[in-house]
Design a protein around this ligand. Sequence first.
Ligand code: PLP
Length: 450
Amino acid sequence: MSAVALPTRWRSVLPHLGHELPPDRTPESAGGTGLQVNLPLVLARQSIQSKEYWDIPAEVVDAYRAFRPTPLWRARGFEREVGARVPIYVKYEGGNISGSHKLNTALAQAYYYARAGAKELVTGTGAGQWGTALAAACAMFGLKCTVFMVGGSLRRKPYRGTLMRTLGATLHASPSPLTEVSRNRAAGDVNSLSLAIGEAVEYAGRTEGAAFCIGSGETYSILHQSVIGTEAIEQLQRLDARIDTVVGCVGAGSNFGGIALPFFADAASRGADQPLLVAAESSATPKLTRGVYAYDQTDATGTGPLEAMYTIGSSYPIPDSHSAGLRFHGAAKLLSAMRHRDQIAATAVGQVEALEAGRLFTRSELVLPAPESGHSLAAAAKLAAGGADGMRSEHGVVAVVSGHGYLDLAAYQQLMDGELVNEGPLEAALGTAMASLGRVPVDEPAGSLG
Ligand SMILES: Cc1ncc(COP(=O)(O)O)c(C=O)c1O
């Protein structure tokens, strides 16, 4: 492991993209609360302004100090287990109270919302790491916190809920009896993150002093996660390590964007060759490998703006899985636009393979990864060994391990008892969910822009 300085600036990829993101569209049905209603100005600016470095507020740097810089090491034991031809380095984000990278943006968001006058933050969470991170950040900056957590996930991981409540948050299992969006949900929609988010949007919209906030997908949350990549670049330099491939798992894309985009910005600013940036998604939600680039909703209320994203359709009934943090229908608009121009690549991993990679990692590195992070490790292993989807690393891989798996031991137990199956997409429903979406007009040819 190698100690580096705590970053005091976030690094944005926007000045290096070479293209603009397609603007959001307001759906015709939009009426009430939109996602952006209470958004602090600085977060809006961080999402659009072509400025490379953003000073991290001193209070947030101080909060980061408790758990950053996070460790990066060469996973030699894991390399041996998976037959890697090239080195695999891992960057571990699980060593904080939330158990994942989510705290990097939660602290920033709570700080900015508190300064903007919010008294309470409301959110939806799938796996629970984001809800836990927000609960912790609210505790730190003196805000109330209300969390709608996907009910199936909460039943599977009740201690996530206990942790959020210990941190002072009020917790509701979604679907809850508290919102219209829950009462009017589609038959069978009992378990989606998009619904939990929709409930949070509605609840925040009608609660005095409350603001809805979201852990992933937004360009500002990917900016806050850039501390991961910024540290990793310096740590690899100190180790004199040469890598050509960067891997992270993708729910909406914040931990992948957090590690990968500083590498993109770094290479672009030096005029160097771009590394291969590989997003490892769940085969249950294959938006980047099988989805369409279209305008879609980010949540189930349908009142927020439509965003240009790779999506399998917000109405797609996502099969249950242990990688709850990856159960999201779309990819962040920033990553989607990059994918559309071949600036990032993607591969899909099933939960059995992901947990098997997690098991091998646990016994070879003595670190227990979250099932979501298992997707990153499985993809990294393939890229460092035989290759995946026509891609392979020639010099070395760095993979982010986005969280710990201590509250996911039931998933590992099922794996070892032979009870786990891969959650394939439901083919017919996939086609239906994508059929009616408005495609993003192709205004320029796809192809790499540096
Ligand atoms: C441990 C972990 N990894 C990955 C993710 C996926 O989120 P994102 O794509 O924003 O990094 C989550 C989301 O909850 C998570 O908890």
